[in-house]
Design a protein around this ligand. Structure first.
Ligand SMILES: [Zn+2]
Length: 74
């Protein structure tokens, strides 16, 4: 079940909510539904966030995540 971080446009409070499909999240402080969804810790680390620029590309031969040619060094 995904947890999302929201910021309320009405009262500016930050909070996390478990969001079920088909439900509209509302601010627990003022019950407004004018919320801005933010990236949650759950979302970070998936998708583009997992592709760090500093990471070497995986070995094209064996897919070793240590980088190209890593399989031949061992
Ligand atoms: Zn609010």
């Amino acid at each position: 079940m995904p947890i999302y971080e929201y910021k309320c446009d009405e009262c500016r409070s930050d909070f996390e909510l478990l969001v079920n499909a088909g439900t509209t999240p509302v601010c627990p402080a003022c019950a407004s539904d004018s919320l801005r969804k933010r990236l949650s810790a759950f979302a970070v680390g998936r998708g583009d966030a997992s592709r760090t620029p500093s990471a070497a590309p995986a070995c094209g031969t064996c897919g070793d995540p240590r980088g190209a040619g890593a399989c031949s060094l061992s």
